[in-house]
Ligand binder design. Structure first.
Ligand SMILES: *Cc1c(COP(=O)(O)O)cnc(C)c1O
Length: 430
């Protein structure tokens, strides 16, 4: 049994093998950016074919979306989708208690109140039963998140939405390319939001977002809203007439050109990633007390983040030991071996200060309009997941990370052969 690196042994992942980049920036990406600089079409409202329109067309075509509108960020895509669907002051929007902060902020940006629902212990996505419990006469929409790249239970969520007359906006920021019963996520509800932020599965060289929808009038509303409320038509000079509430949420042409180049390599990357991750998870699945991420039947997971849950019984620990103590022990030991395990979200979204203090737009808006619909609610599953899991991020997105993932698996196996040491550390910290 080899000595753990935390106690002076040799790390399973040598220091010089740890550096794997994401995103990968290749010559095609550099050329796309330089061609844009030289092409003179630097914003989405330039006449004729510009890089922003090209990205919109290619994204829609690759995944099979009817309409795609490029915006400044994924958060803007969520926010403008809500605005375009007429969701605003006095409305409630149900969002998962486990997600990135933007999912909860987007309703607030439209003066709607986010109402959190608990998540499923296996998929980490919205629990439809808890969604149903949170519905009130003010509920106007649900935002399912395809967290970590795993599709949410869309059939059940759409059924709830239909019965209660609610809009469904998919937060697909972490899941481009994921499918649910053969359909691309983002294109299943009324609208879908993607993020091109530099760490996402299909990145840009900075910030970007895309709104997709099957509804032409919603696409037009978002197109106006991203551009000060103006209507931009090819063959007609910009007239600077604003037709309604607008923002400046346009995508930058350089960001668009970079993503178009990345999108052209997506299928090849995705094939390699699926292969690498399947091998990695198959090795880890054999370890006792470790729950590896899985996917629902008839869905494709795109593995944006790999989340592992740890079970005390697998380490011979009783329920008196806090789950967080086991998590901390494993974090320390795996990191010492060279596996960069980290926590993703330190608390459920409703515990974030913005939702606890509810200052909002001063004087407590939007909550002063709706009251606090979730008063007294708790989120036991989201809390349990946060307490007993750790994540791997970014490195496995590199299609050439297969070898590195093999070393990570060696590290897990090494730590697991020292399960007694893990248990001793966890028990001492409890
Ligand atoms: C990244 C992300 C967003 C926000 O996207 P930005 O482009 O960073 O604004 C929203 N929701 C989820 C789940 C995300 O991971």
């Amino acid at each position: 049994m080899s000595k753990l690196a935390a106690f002076g042994g040799t790390a399973a992942v040598p220091k010089d093998r740890r550096g794997v980049d994401w995103p990968l920036i290749e010559d095609e990406d550099r050329k796309a950016v330089l061609d844009t600089l030289d092409g003179g079409r630097l914003v989405s409202n330039t006449e004729g074919v510009n890089p922003v329109a090209t990205l919109e067309a290619n994204w829609a075509q690759r995944f099979g979306f009817d309409h795609c509108v490029a915006v400044s960020t994924g958060t803007a895509a969520l926010s403008l989708a809500l605005a375009g669907l007429g969701i605003g002051p006095g409305d409630e929007v149900i969002v998962p208690a486990l997600s990135f902060i933007a999912t909860g902020l987007a309703p607030v940006h439209q003066m709607a109140t986010p109402v959190f629902a608990d998540v499923d212990p296996v998929t980490f996505n919205l629990d439809p039963d808890d969604v149903e419990r949170r519905i009130t006469p003010r509920t106007a929409a649900i935002i399912p998140v395809h967290l970590h790249g795993a599709p949410a239970d869309m059939d059940r969520l759409l059924d709830i939405a239909r019965r209660h007359g609610l809009a469904v906006i998919e937060d697909a920021a972490q899941a481009p390319g994921a499918t649910y019963r053969g359909r691309p996520v983002g294109g299943i509800g009324d609208a879908g939001a993607f993020s091109l932020q530099v760490t996402k599965n299909i990145p840009t060289c900075g910030e970007g977002g895309l709104l997709v929808t099957g509804r032409a009038e919603l696409a037009e509303a978002v197109r106006r809203a991203r551009q000060f409320g103006e209507v931009i038509e090819s063959g007609r000079d910009r007239d600077y007439v604003s037709h309604g509430l607008g923002w400046n949420h346009k995508m930058n042409a350089i960001q668009a050109a970079f993503t178009t180049a990345q999108l052209a390599r997506f299928d090849e990357y995705e094939r390699q990633r699926q292969h690498n991750i399947a091998e990695f998870l198959a090795r880890l699945a054999a370890l006792p007390g470790l729950r590896v991420p899985t996917t629902l039947p008839d869905t494709t997971h795109v593995w944006h983040i790999l989340r592992f849950r740890f079970e005390r019984a697998g380490f011979g620990l009783s329920d008196d030991v806090r789950p967080a103590a086991l998590r901390s022990a494993l974090r320390r030991l795996l990191r010492a071996e060279g596996v960069p395990m980290s926590q993703y979200q330190l608390m459920p979204l409703p515990d974030q200060k913005v939702f606890v203090d509810r200052v909002g737009f001063g004087a407590g808006y939007p909550w002063t309009l709706t009251g606090n619909p979730a008063a007294g609610a708790d989120y036991p599953v989201a809390r349990a997941i946060i307490a007993d899991s750790l994540t791997l991020q970014k490195r496995h997105l590199n299609p050439r990370s297969g070898e590195l993932l093999g070393l990570y698996a060696d590290a897990f196996e090494k730590v697991w052969t020292n399960r007694d040491a893990v248990a001793t550390l966890a028990a001492a910290a409890s």
